[in-house]
Design a binder for this molecule. Structure first.
Ligand SMILES: [Zn+2]
Ligand SMILES: [Zn+2]
Length: 182
């Protein structure tokens, strides 16, 4: 092998390519042979849900729609890791209903929910009804509505969904911490 060939080979090995990982596939670095040329490929990844940069060790593929998601965009549903977009679709809850649900979980008296959230009293009533029929709260004869285990689970998942929302963050300071709701 001549010196010239040697140099040529080194040059080829340094050939680098950056690609964006398609939905459902993870990135990483690898050396591939393209038409006889060794190419070092680095595949960049972004979370398909929030658009944030994704590190290979932190990424999860959603079990429902194969989106790749960062830790912040993944929740457990039936012990399966799913992205928050799929979770929302499977467990629909409007933001207003979510606000009422967290107030109820924090044992804020119904009369004060309106003052804190500015949601109208009739909308609070509607939300309570919807939350009850979804099974996130149940009506107890003596104590009124109580948030169910399912409801607490939903709160945990929706907290990730609304993690950047200022109007949700301010509500976290009201009421008391109960049943692991923080
Ligand atoms: Zn994300
Ligand atoms: Zn998904």
């Amino acid at each position: 092998m001549t010196e010239g060939n040697d140099r040529q080979e080194k040059k080829i090995l340094l050939d680098k390519k950056l690609e964006v990982a398609p939905t459902g596939s993870l990135g990483g670095s690898q050396i591939v042979n393209e038409n006889g040329t060794n190419v070092s490929k680095s595949i960049l990844m972004w979370c398909d849900v929030c658009g944030g940069k994704l590190e290979i060790n932190d990424s999860v593929i959603c079990k429902i729609d194969n989106k790749k998601a960062c830790k912040d965009c993944v929740v457990y549903d039936d012990q399966k890791k799913v992205c928050i977009d799929c979770y929302k679709e499977r467990h629909p809850l409007s933001k207003q209903e979510y606000k009422v649900l967290i107030m109820m979980a924090r044992v804020v008296p119904k009369g004060e929910i309106h003052d804190i959230t500015k949601i109208s009293k009739s909308d609070i009533k509607k939300s309570v009804k919807a939350i009850c029929s979804a099974g996130y709260m149940s009506k107890k004869f003596w104590t009124g509505e109580e948030v169910t285990d399912k409801g607490l689970e939903v709160i945990g998942c929706y907290r990730k969904i609304y993690r950047n929302d200022e109007d949700i963050a301010v509500l976290e300071g009201f009421g008391k911490v109960e049943n692991g709701v923080r």
